[in-house]
Design a protein around this ligand. Structure first.
Ligand SMILES: NC(=O)c1ccc[n+]([C@@H]2O[C@H](COP(=O)([O-])OP(=O)(O)OC[C@H]3O[C@@H](n4cnc5c(N)ncnc54)[C@H](OP(=O)(O)O)[C@@H]3O)[C@@H](O)[C@H]2O)c1
Length: 333
């Protein structure tokens, strides 16, 4: 097995241009670790935030690695590894610390607990677009908000990787996804993915979104709001919530302060996928839900664009910064 792997590193905070590809030694396997030969990487907004120093933890510089999500094949296993075998198709995800363990590389060594099996029918590109988005939607909507069949759920920024997965997760249990995007051109794609209604926000005020949600729900409001935007629009948005409903906040795409809405009673949850998926039970439940949907075709991860080769990583990050994509940006390694 090769002793070095081409790996994406960055030595300073900055834009896509700080990403460099260098040869990095592949460490010897410690007990409980596996080596994954990476076939494809799935980009997340988290990585753009981490690279620019605005994520919830800071990179260890210089020579920080990057990336949560990859799919590939187990190439070697350390002592005591019981759940995985050489040759298994896998996805990475739970509990990765990006500076030390980032997966943007040809090979990566991870604890067995940070790797989950990928159904054999799921190709590497699709696998790279699946784990983080669907487990986040599952954990936030089903385990945290308790979304039920027949409920309306308002999904903001729905063209995102997580948003597109959330539409499918809601549909899978018989809930009704109402979604927002700022971009008229994404309306058709979101309807094709299963959105019941698409509200194009453009320059319109968040009050208008809440009013539209009330109209679409016969005045009741949505039982759940799933929001990754936050900012000043958060308070008026919650006026679209049904009495006693739940808002799950899982991101801050608008980094400006948000006010607590006054339309009580309701519950605000904050959601961190790490908290669910690093527990053995949470990892088992979320992965079982994902793999059932992947295996029976109910989940169709949305791959917005595929770049060929690790050398395209800067271009892939530039596309993410442009917000032109729908679903996941994938780099084939
Ligand atoms: N809490 C967790 O455990 C967890 C897990 C995964 C992801 N996340 C968070 O989820 C969010 C989405 O991540 P992702 O990787 O799925 O995103 P993504 O694929 O990069 O997509 C984000 C989309 O949101 C919209 N958007 C971007 N900036 C916006 C703004 N300022 N205001 C309104 N809409 C905006 C854009 O769509 P339009 O232009 O069409 O509106 C954009 O395409 C991020 O904040 C990420 O950190 C959290």
């Amino acid at each position: 097995m090769p002793t070095t792997a081409r790996t994406v590193l960055f030595h300073e905070i900055g834009g896509p241009e700080v990403l460099a590809i260098e040869d990095v030694a592949v460490p010897d396997l410690a007990p409980g670790q596996v080596t994954v030969r990476v076939e494809a990487l799935g980009l997340n907004r988290a990585e753009a935030l981490f690279r620019s120093g605005t994520y919830y933890y800071q990179p260890a510089l210089p020579a920080s690695r990057l990336g949560y999500e990859a799919s590939g094949v187990v190439e070697a296993i350390g002592e005591g590894v019981t759940e995985l075998a050489i040759g298994d198709p896998v996805m990475t995800g739970p509990g990765i610390e990006m500076s030390a363990q980032g997966v943007y590389a040809e090979r990566v060594v991870l604890p067995e607990t940070a790797v989950v099996r990928r159904p054999a029918s799921v190709d590497a590109v699709t696998g790279a677009a699946a784990w983080l988005t669907y487990t986040t939607a599952y954990g936030a909507l089903l385990e945290t908000a308790g979304l039920k069949p027949g409920d309306h759920v308002l999904i903001t920024g729905a063209s995102s990787g997580v948003g597109t997965a959330a539409i499918q997760v809601a549909r899978r249990i018989g809930a009704i996804p109402l979604v927002t995007t700022r971009t008229e051109e994404k309306r058709r794609q979101l309807l094709d993915l299963g959105a019941a209604e698409v509200i194009v926000t453009g320059e319109s005020a968040p009050e208008a979104v809440a009013k539209e949600v009330r109209r679409l729900t016969g005045g009741n409001g949505a039982e759940v709001i799933f929001d990754a935007i936050g900012g000043p629009g958060f308070r008026p948005l919650a006026e679209g919530l049904a009495q006693g409903g739940s808002v799950v906040v899982y991101g801050w795409l608008d980094p400006r302060p948000a006010e607590i809405p006054w339309t009580w009673p309701f519950t605000i949850h904050t959601y961190a996928n790490l908290t669910l998926t690093t527990t053995p039970g949470g990892r088992r439940r979320s992965t079982a839900f994902l793999n059932a949907g992947l295996a029976d075709g109910g989940f169709r991860p949305v791959v917005g664009e595929v770049f060929d080769g690790l050398d395209r990583i800067q271009d892939a990050h530039r596309l993410m910064e442009s917000n032109r994509h729908t679903g996941k940006i994938v780099v084939r390694v």
